[in-house]
Each structure stands twice: as C-alpha cells, then as structure tokens.
Write a protein that binds this ligand. Structure first.
Ligand SMILES: NC(=O)c1ccc[n+]([C@@H]2O[C@H](COP(=O)([O-])OP(=O)(O)OC[C@H]3O[C@@H](n4cnc5c(N)ncnc54)[C@H](O)[C@@H]3O)[C@@H](O)[C@H]2O)c1
Length: 339
C-alpha cells in the first residue's frame, strides 16, 4: 500500500486524534517534517483542548470525534494520540478508511486485545506503533556501537528508572501525577504506561527476551496501580537483563533519565545522566542534551513513519514487533503479583 500523496507532489495531510498532553510533542515533531507532511485536522471531544492545540500549531480543521474527521475526508494518514482504551477501535476505524496509521503505545490495554486488533487489520492498512523511546539519539548510538561489535557479546545488562515523582512534596502534590493526571487511576500503571518503553528499547538493543522473574509493588496512596517493578529477563543471546524501577525513591529527582549498563565480553557501555560512554578497546564519551533528545525522539519516530510510507518499506515498530513487547508486559502482570 503506497502513500496516496506521492504522485501529487505535496505534503501528506495528517489527521491527529487526541489533543492531550502528549500531542504538544507530536505536533512539534510533525512540524519538523513540514515539507513532507502537515497536520491539517485534529479531533478531540474536549474542544477547548483541541482549539488550544489548533491555535498553537496552525491546524485548520477541528472535529469533536474521529468519526467526523474521517467522514470529512481529505486525509492521507492518521496519528492516534488518545488514551489507550480508545486505540483499538480507532485503529479499526482508520483501517476501514484505508489510511496508514501511527498509533501511540500501548496498542491496546491487554496483549490479547492487541493480538485481535493486529489480526483483524492485517492487510487493511499500514500500522506503526508510536514507540519513541528507542528513537532517542543515545539509544540509536548504543545500537550502532553494538552492531559494530564494540563491546563483544553482551553478557549482562542493567537498566534503572528511579525517581521521587510519587513522593508527596511540600505542596502536598505528586509531580508524576501533576505531569500526567490519568496515571493515578490506571490499574496497569508503571509497566504498561512507562516501562513498556524500556522493555521495547531493551528488545531493540539486545534482541528478543523472555521473562525470568517479576515483582511489582504499590506504595503511593494516590496511585491505583503499581509504582515499582523488579524485572529480570533473559535475551535470546543468553544475556541476563535486569530492569529496576521505582518512582518513590528518596534522594532521586522528580524526573530523571534512564540509566543503562551493558557489560560485554570485551567492553562496557554506560549511560548515566547526560553521558554515554564506552570502555574497552574503543573508549569514547558523548554528552547529550536530554530534554532535546526527548523532543527529537518524537520527530524521529514520525520521520521513520514517513520514510517507510514513502519507500513502501517495513516499519521498525510494526504490529508484529510490538506484540513481542506487549507479550512481555502481559507476562509481567501475570507473574508479578503486587507486593
Ligand atoms: N510515547 C510517549 O513517550 C508517551 C508519553 C505520554 C503519553 N503517551 C501516550 O499517549 C496517549 C495519550 O496520553 P496523554 O498524556 O496525551 O493523555 P491525556 O489524558 O493528556 O490526553 C488524552 C486526550 O485524548 C482525548 N480523547 C479521549 N477519547 C478520545 C477519542 N475517542 N477520540 C479523540 N480524542 C479522545 C481526551 O479528551 C484528551 O484530550 C496514551 O496512550 C499514552 O500512553 C505516550
């Protein structure tokens, strides 16, 4: 299925579904590809929110629902950034219109629902999951180093995400919940909403993994779901991979970048703070502007979507690939009882 705009030599016309928090980053990302694609329509039942995004990013058409936006027509592709429970029905709807679709993670609230969606829409449309973490510049650099065999076969990996974002501050607020209020009411919180990115990135770097051990925990009274996780995987290469996360760690900042240590047979790669380093035969140290990397990951995800549509090539985060991430997430909830 090729991009419909190709022969017309004009930017693709994109319809955005959802106008919430994350769309500030989507729209900034799309604007970096303005010569190739423009967001021309936005749909959100919260018209005030839609209007605010439309004014800030020069979007001409506002709709109160995706149905109305799609019925109006004139689109070449759709970007879905509404809540997780709406994704599957919206992807089906866009697929019925035969339009390519970039859908935010998670594809569906459960692995089973995502499998059903992927089976039903196969061949109807081109679907890419918006998994932007792996598109961060430092993870692309790590992938390049691994592909160049800079540290030899990886034998152990350790990733951590530790913050104090769910410790009540002096104003009686929880910074993580202030940033994304919907987090508070999620039954599946830390793993399905945040660590899904880390699991996907580890798969991107190390290949497919299976779950060895999982423990989830819940301490923050303002949260419904889990706020800490201790996870161990084994990569198909045999490397042991641990992922430790807790959003109630005294002494840590409210928000913080991931830390990653990859220990190879002939070298080590370490991501810590804003510094990425490799040790061993090829020692190197690179510094990153972390907030800029966050924004760039959205633009790079969107760029990949456009590249693959134009070249009619596979999406890196295609549904089949993403189901492997979601399968691990589902296994974690089955295995990792809250303690
Ligand atoms: N990739 C990332 O790094 C990242 C970061 C944050 C959020 N997200 C994902 O983005 C999605 C949205 O998150 P958010 O933080 O913007 O949430 P949000 O609660 O701020 O916004 C959701 C918006 O969707 C609208 N909406 C609800 N149902 C809709 C429907 N049927 N059609 C159109 N609009 C609808 C709501 O009115 C609201 O404006 C979630 O899937 C979340 O997991 C991804």
């Amino acid at each position: 299925m090729s991009a419909p705009h190709k022969s017309e030599n004009r930017p693709m016309r994109i319809g955005l579904i959802g106008a919430g928090w994350v769309t500030q980053h989507h729209l900034a990302g799309w604007s970096k590809h303005a010569n190739r694609a423009r967001v021309v329509s936005i749909a959100d039942p919260n018209q005030e929110q839609a209007q605010s995004r439309a004014s800030a990013f020069g979007i001409d058409q506002l709709f109160e629902s995706a149905e109305k936006m799609l019925a109006h027509g004139g689109l070449d592709a759709v970007d879905i950034a509404s809540p997780r429970e709406t994704h599957a029905d919206l992807v089906r709807m866009v697929a019925r219109h035969g339009l390519p679709v970039l859908c935010q993670k998670p594809l569906a609230p459960t692995y089973q629902e995502a499998c059903a969606l992927v089976a039903q829409t196969k061949g109807m449309t081109r679907l890419m999951v918006h998994e932007n973490w792996r598109f961060r510049p430092y993870y692309r650099q790590i992938s390049k180093w691994l592909n160049e065999h800079r540290i030899g076969p990886v034998v152990q990996a350790q990733m951590t995400l530790l913050t104090s974002g769910l410790i009540e501050n002096q104003q009686g607020r929880y910074p993580t919940i202030d940033r994304q209020p919907f987090m508070a009411s999620l039954n599946r919180a830390l793993v399905m909403e945040i660590l899904i990115h880390h699991i996907d990135t580890l798969r991107f770097l190390l290949g497919d993994m299976h779950l060895v051990h999982a423990r989830l925990g819940h301490s923050c009274k303002a949260m419904t779901g889990e706020d800490r996780a201790s996870l161990i995987f084994e990569a198909s290469s045999g490397a042991t991979v641990s992922l430790l996360s807790n959003l109630r760690v005294w002494g840590e900042p409210e928000a913080k970048p991931d830390e990653l240590l990859l220990i190879g047979e002939t070298g080590t790669i370490r991501l810590s703070g804003d510094t990425l380093s490799s040790h061993g035969n090829a020692a190197e140290q690179l510094k990153y502007d972390m907030p800029a990397c966050y924004s760039e990951s959205y633009a790079a995800t969107i760029g990949h979507f456009l590249d693959a549509l134009e070249a009619d090539s596979a999406f890196e985060t295609n549904p089949e690939d993403n189901l492997q991430t979601l399968r691990l997430v589902e296994e974690i909830y089955a295995f990792g009882s809250n303690v």
